[in-house]
Design a protein around this ligand. Structure first.
Ligand SMILES: *Cc1c(COP(=O)(O)O)cnc(C)c1O
Length: 383
């Protein structure tokens, strides 16, 4: 892990906030196993640092989207349970066995094929979670008979362990009946089959708003990082999440414009009077989209400054007060819920959601972690 970086743009990740969110979610789901979803590099924050910290804090189960992500966590010393939420190719089942990773079975054909692919290279079992389709129509089966066939097939093979059954909500971040309908369908299908150790359906939206005692686990991603899946979820839950991310940069240059001078590619912004502008060393290659033109960042001291002109790959330009100099710190995203620079405002500005904004942060931005007994910087570029 390199702790060096030479451009003053940084993503602060508050690991203590993540742990707090974990506890807050667990508090309203006291009987359930919390599966921490750390796919997509822990929503861009860094899967290794986040998983290590959560494991230390007592999290026993992680989920990722791909087998590659699961292996990566194993390579970084994560010893806890890991479930791959996507489907892996049957022929890769031996890799899952080798690394002791739980996998998702989407249908009967998959179970049969995976079974036929198991070799004696690793004399171990593999844990299987059956995926039930309750309306997402992405992975899984909605046929109770097929589910029972899958269980039979799994139980008849000594290398397979039937460990879980689960589904996924399409709309748990919205106020409608769909979630209840999906949940009832899931209950109906699961009730017709052998019950495994882990029965799970709730993502963050479900974990924050749905009260039920049918399942034994929850899978939470976005809420761990301190963000509600939607504004509705925020209003519908008693849980107070703590945003874990701050994005900031230091002004790297200032320029004095006269009326008629313009800035950046295409000269899309032209000063109508004498004014000062400043350059920030962050651009769309870092995940700050060109559509953020017009978004207001905040100078150290509290002045809101508008992004003007075309956002470049590596830099952008803001309009600043006369006295502003290079070296001044600028907040692009802060860690509050409702400010102009909140993750929500930042995301809504370009018509997206916090999930996508987080995942968009480029590898070029160093992640600076702070937590109990942890203070480190991870710079992937010179790692
Ligand atoms: C991403 C994902 C989750 C986590 O969703 P959040 O809304 O971030 O909590 C849970 N389950 C599955 C299957 C997922 O793909």
């Amino acid at each position: 892990m390199s702790d060096k970086y030479y451009r003053n743009t940084v993503l602060d990740v508050n690991l203590e906030a993540i742990e707090k969110n974990c506890r807050a979610i667990q508090e309203i789901n006291p009987e359930k196993i919390l599966i921490a979803v750390v796919k997509a590099n822990a929503y861009g924050l860094g899967a290794k640092a986040v998983s290590e910290y959560l494991a230390e804090a007592g999290v026993t189960f992680f989920a990722v989207a791909t087998l590659d992500e699961a292996i990566d966590l194993r390579m970084h010393g994560i010893k806890q349970k890991i479930l791959v939420l996507g489907t892996i190719l049957p022929k890769h089942i031996n890799k899952a066995i080798q690394h002791r990773i739980a996998v998702t079975a989407p249908n009967l054909v998959w179970v049969k094929e995976a079974k036929s692919e198991v070799t004696d290279a690793y004399d171990k079992e593999v844990w299987i979670h059956i995926k039930v389709n309750t309306g997402m129509n992405r992975y899984g089966t909605s046929d109770a008979d097929e589910v029972n066939e899958m269980i039979k097939e799994i139980n008849s093979f000594s290398r397979f362990i039937y460990e879980g059954i689960y589904s996924h909500f399409t709309s748990s971040d919205e106020d409608n009946e769909v979630t209840d309908e999906q949940f009832n369908l899931f209950k109906d299908i699961v009730s017709q089959a052998e019950r495994p150790e882990y029965v799970h359906i709730s993502n963050s939206g479900g974990a924050l708003t749905l009260k039920e005692d049918f399942t034994t686990a929850i899978r939470t991603g976005i809420a761990l990082y301190g963000y509600y899946p939607s504004r509705w979820t925020a209003s519908a839950t008693s849980v107070e999440l703590v945003p874990s991310v701050k994005l900031s940069a230091e002004i790297s240059a200032v320029h004095q414009l006269e009326a008629g001078d313009s800035v950046s590619y295409g000269r899309k912004y032209t000063a109508s009077k004498r004014e000062k502008v400043a350059t920030l060393p962050i651009g769309y290659a870092d995940g700050l989209l060109r559509q953020h033109n017009g978004y207001k960042v905040q100078l150290e001291g509290g002045t809101d400054c508008e992004i003007i002109g075309t956002i470049c790959m590596d830099a952008l330009i803001i309009r600043v007060p006369e006295h502003t100099d290079a070296g001044v710190n600028v907040t692009i995203i802060d860690d509050s819920q409702k400010s102009k620079q909140s993750m929500e405002s930042y995301s809504e500005y370009t018509g997206t959601i916090s999930y996508e904004s987080l995942c968009a942060f480029g590898r070029r931005i160093p992640r600076r972690y702070a937590g109990k007994d942890v203070e480190l910087v991870y710079n992937e570029v010179i790692n």
